[in-house]
Design a binder for this molecule. Structure first.
Ligand SMILES: Cc1cc2nc3c(=O)[nH]c(=O)nc-3n(C[C@H](O)[C@H](O)[C@H](O)COP(=O)(O)OP(=O)(O)OC[C@H]3O[C@@H](n4cnc5c(N)ncnc54)[C@H](O)[C@@H]3O)c2cc1C
Length: 379
């Protein structure tokens, strides 16, 4: 008997043989499950999640529906086909909004702003000079002539400290991460996909009928095919994947009703980001670039250098001269790699990996889930 003390009924209805077992109940795993049930309604699909709740990046992120600020795009252009990567982010956001609806997501098309402080003047000039270039590059993707504008004239209305230049991405927005995940979990169960929590997969082994998944709680599941959607944790089960973790730290202040920051905001090549939440708190995250090596971990945690950096940004730039109370602090882990595109590929016979959204999984997640489901349905 396993420590779960499973009944006949639980064996039959929850842990019974599946056509597809999905490991990881994040945005990628859950959207893949939903799309797979659309493509193959009769298939038995089960999601196995390690945590008591989904415990990866999908419940910890900042909820930016973004596809790139100019300084980020300048860096990312050196790493491959930028137009294709932005097109995937753009299409993924459209897919997520179509799947769940803007009201459920509380999607707000507020625009994305990149801040440059006076000491960043050289970078600001470089980025401003690229506005026409990136507008032309992205016009076929967003089907509009203009994505970026110089919004420095708006700097005064936000009340930022020491900010000389603001560049705006007209087509970015934000959404409510918690509502997104709650809706995905409800949709999965409604589509007859059990999402089984406290079910850490410890090993994937070939079996006569497909794959055998051994769980840490002593139970096991057999499946014709497996989808690995464990993102930053993927190399624990498939060490051959080209992926490294990157931890992100986030905080949220007390409500600040007299501050008005409509928009999503990026600073320092996108390594710092903030927005105001509907209850007027400021959510602020980033600082991974202060010490990449220390943050290349899957362990949850907060570090003094990153927390000091974020609080200094808050008090000197975002609400200069004020000392808001910090009500929430947390961390989450992303999966990064040499290429900007996610891995959506067969890692072993019968085992598909859909991982590594490079910190842009809100944008890329639903498209990644769709591509994974399409491959599994054809498998
Ligand atoms: C702090 C932070 C801020 C971010 N902000 C943004 C943003 O504003 N915009 C944006 O586009 N992206 C953002 N991202 C990135 C985005 O959240 C991720 O790319 C996306 O959520 C990844 O989804 P996923 O389903 O691939 O992985 P995850 O959500 O990480 O899901 C993986 C799941 O697998 C489970 N798991 C792991 N190992 C096992 C195992 N052995 N057995 C069973 N289950 C297992 C985990 O518990 C987890 O629930 C942010 C990420 C972080 C951490």
């Amino acid at each position: 008997m396993s420590e779960l003390n499973l009944s006949y009924w639980e064996h039959q209805s929850l842990f019974g043989p599946a056509d597809v077992a999905i490991i990881g109940a994040g945005l990628v795993g859950l959207t893949a499950a939903l799309y797979l049930k659309q493509l193959r309604p009769a298939w038995r699909v089960v999601v196995l999640e390690r945590g008591p709740l989904p415990s990866g990046a999908s419940t910890k992120n900042a909820g930016f529906a973004c596809f790139g600020s100019i300084s980020e795009l300048l860096e990312q252009e050196k790493r491959g086909d930028l137009q294709a990567v932005v097109a995937a982010r753009w299409a993924g956001l459209a897919r997520l909004r179509a799947l769940l609806g803007d009201a459920t997501l509380d999607y707000q098309p507020v625009g994305g702003y990149e801040l440059f402080r006076h000491e960043d003047a050289a970078l600001a000039v470089e980025c401003r000079d690229k506005i026409d270039y990136f507008n032309a590059l992205l016009a076929p993707v967003v089907e509009q002539a203009r994505t970026f504008t110089d919004a420095s004239g708006e700097a005064g209305r936000f009340g930022f400290g020491g900010v000389g230049t603001l560049l705006k991405n007209e087509h970015e927005g934000c959404l409510d991460t918690g509502r997104m995940m709650r809706a995905l979990l409800a949709r999965a169960w409604a589509a007859d996909v059990p999402v089984l929590t406290n079910c850490a997969v410890e090993a994937i082994e070939p079996a006569a009928t497909g794959q055998l998944l051994r769980l840490a709680n002593g139970a096991s599941v057999t499946a014709g095919q497996v989808l690995l959607a464990t993102n930053a944790f993927a190399t624990e089960l498939l060490p051959e994947l080209d992926l490294v973790p990157g931890r992100g730290q986030v905080l949220a202040t007390e409500p600040l009703p007299d501050v008005q920051l409509p928009g999503t905001f990026h600073y320092d090549h996108g390594y710092a980001y903030f927005r105001q939440l509907p209850d007027h708190r400021i959510l602020l995250g980033g600082g991974r670039n202060l010490d990449f090596a220390a943050e290349a971990t899957t362990a949850p945690g907060l570090t003094a250098p990153v927390q000091v950096y974020l609080e200094t940004l808050l008090r000197q730039v975002i609400v200069p001269g004020r000392q808001p109370r910090i009500d929430y602090r947390w961390s989450g882990v992303m999966g990064f790699g040499p290429a900007l595109a996610p891995i959506i590929d067969w890692a072993r016979p019968g085992v598909l990996a859909a991982v590594r959204c490079n910190g842009m999984g809100v944008a890329l997640g639903a498209g990644t889930g769709w591509q994974a489901a399409s491959k599994l349905a054809a498998g």
